[in-house]
Design a protein around this ligand. Structure first.
Ligand SMILES: [Zn+2]
Length: 380
């Protein structure tokens, strides 16, 4: 049996025995309400797509997953009808936001490319915390699911009925409101930065959330220790205060806050340039945009795209995400599993610098339980 065959067999088993098909189906069809018109799109191992799939029951969906064994599948909109060869009009869809680490390449120094570590995870934590807060407090959404994309990103699914019903124009307006990077400002060094046009609750609230993470970011990414990074940081400070920072040998964030204490806009500009969420706006604007489903296995990493409870995101360790293999081992009781409610206590594993040390994976079951309670809360 070659590798592809064995993965195929493992995937089939995953769909058969571990994928939470009942809850998943309940979620995407809102308890069968949209069973005839909710699109799923299968991606096959030859990269071809099978679009406009829809299912009358979770049993039918499971049968199809086992028969086709897609390497991943995406969730589309709820359409007026789902017929091949005619125009289907998307009507309803979760409001979705895609945060991809790619967007942060100019402020991420610890890793490159597809890598991700605990240090740069902070960038995603920052994005999730700000967006969840704004979506909840300013827009009043209550059912927000944060899902690990399987490699180095987070998908945010706003599932409230009122979010489902939003028109494309409304989605675009919300995205434009949230997206401070839209009008890209760059300085003479071609470095992007954010402009704060005035006082606004979006800026003030976001700053309150991001500022406590900023010191950790500065230390993790060695912004003051490395001269290039330090210079870039100083260029974000208003010109009149730059020399004060330049001369300061042991520059600290506390010192910068002190000299800019009368200029909140300047402080916001600095923090936001590094930590404010960078959105892939095209994903959010149109109802018919496809997005990878939670609990898919990422084709390249083998990681499960797990939904993460909001309060666990800050301590989440991406190197311990359940994989196709660990899920199978957990099912067969063959491996040590870390209970997710003990995430914060497991410092002994975090302190190990040896990359070859196999850290135990998080328990897959607990992500499924979390998803169950999220969906039950949504559909009442
Ligand atoms: Zn990193």
């Amino acid at each position: 049996m070659d590798i592809e065959d064995s993965t195929l067999k493992q995937r089939k088993e995953y769909y058969d025995k571990s994928f939470p098909v009942e809850t998943f189906y309940k979620w995407i069809t809102r308890n069968k309400k949209y069973s005839d018109t909710r699109e799923l799109s299968f991606t096959m191992s030859d990269e071809s797509y099978i679009r406009y799939q829809h299912f009358k029951s979770n049993e039918e969906l499971k049968r199809k997953l086992k028969e086709k064994v897609p390497i991943k599948f995406d969730i589309g909109a709820v359409f007026d009808k789902l017929l091949i060869g005619v125009t289907n009009t998307p009507l309803l869809r979760e409001f979705i936001i895609d945060i991809d680490m790619d967007e942060y390449n100019d402020v991420r120094y610890c890793c490159q490319g597809t890598n991700i570590c605990k240090k740069c995870w902070t960038l995603l934590v920052a994005a999730v915390q700000v967006l969840n807060y704004i979506l909840h407090e300013q827009f009043g959404f209550n059912h927000i699911l944060n899902v690990f994309s399987g490699r180095r990103g987070i998908h945010i699914w706003v599932c409230d009925d009122i979010a489902m019903e939003m028109t494309d124009t409304l989605r675009m307006n919300i995205v434009q409101y949230l997206n401070l990077f839209e009008a890209k400002h760059t300085n003479s060094q071609n470095e992007s930065y954010i402009v704060i046009p005035g006082r606004h609750s979006l800026f003030d609230d976001s700053y309150q959330i991001l500022e406590p993470l900023f010191n950790k970011y500065l230390q993790d990414e060695q912004i003051f220790e490395c001269s290039e990074r330090r210079s870039r940081f100083i260029r974000l400070i208003p010109t009149s205060k730059q020399s004060q920072c330049d001369e300061k040998e042991d520059l600290t964030w506390d010192y910068v806050k002190k000299i800019l204490s009368d200029d909140p806009k300047a402080l916001q500009r600095i923090v936001f340039t590094y930590l404010y969420p960078r959105l892939d706006i095209n994903v959010s604007m149109k109802r018919n945009h496809l997005l990878k489903a939670p609990f898919c296995i990422h084709p390249a990493t083998g990681n499960v795209c797990v939904p993460i409870p909001f309060n666990k995101i800050i301590d989440f360790d991406v190197t311990r995400v359940p994989t196709l293999i660990s899920v199978q081992e957990e099912r067969e009781n063959k491996t040590e599993i870390i209970q997710n409610n003990r995430m914060e206590e497991e410092d002994s594993y975090n302190n190990s610098d040896n990359e070859n040390d196999q850290k135990p994976k998080y328990s897959y079951k607990e992500f499924v339980q979390f998803f169950d309670s999220f969906v039950n809360d949504l559909i009442q």
